[in-house]
Every structure is written in structure tokens, then in C-alpha cells.
Design a protein around this ligand. Sequence first.
Ligand SMILES: [Zn+2]
Ligand SMILES: [Zn+2]
Length: 99
Amino acid sequence: MVQCECEAPDLSHTPMLKCDICSNFKHFECYGYLESRRPRMQFVCYTCLRSFDKDIVVKMQGICVKRRILYYLREGGNVTELGQILNKDELSVLQILAE
Ligand SMILES: [Zn+2]
Ligand SMILES: [Zn+2]
């Protein structure tokens, strides 16, 4: 199932990474990968990494959301729409970008 740290629902046009530990699917761009740079090695998601280091995961979760926003805006999306997808208001989206 798709259970990405960005908490956006399944975006079916988006390529996915499958975690080798929990088998959940994560969005490519949230993990900073581009289609042409699909990781060949083992892939372990940030949630699974949490069992090793809690602080890292909180930080990575923020980065996931930020990447999602940047990617979306780059594709021509607007902040209002994005807020709806991420279930946040416009202000929160802008605050995340400003971090
Ligand atoms: Zn995501
Ligand atoms: Zn995992």
C-alpha cells in the first residue's frame, strides 16, 4: 500500500519505491529520487529507519513534505490545491516552504 511520509494519498501517476522492510510504497520525489536514478540497492523507508533513530525520521518526514511541495509547484500546481492534497491550509504549506 502507499503510505508515504508526505501523507498525500496515492498519486497514481507518480513512480513509487517499495520499502524492503515494510513493503509500503513511497513517492519517488519525496525521497529525492528522479526516475532516471532509481536506487538499485536495498531501499529502506524513513519510517523503518525510525526504529534506529527517531530524530532522523522526524527530520526526514519534514523533508519529504517539502520535496512534495516543491515537486508539485514545479509541475505547475498551486498552493491552494496542494493544501487540499496534503490536508493543510495555504499558510501551513507556505510555512513549510519557508523552513
Ligand atoms: Zn510522498
Ligand atoms: Zn519501510
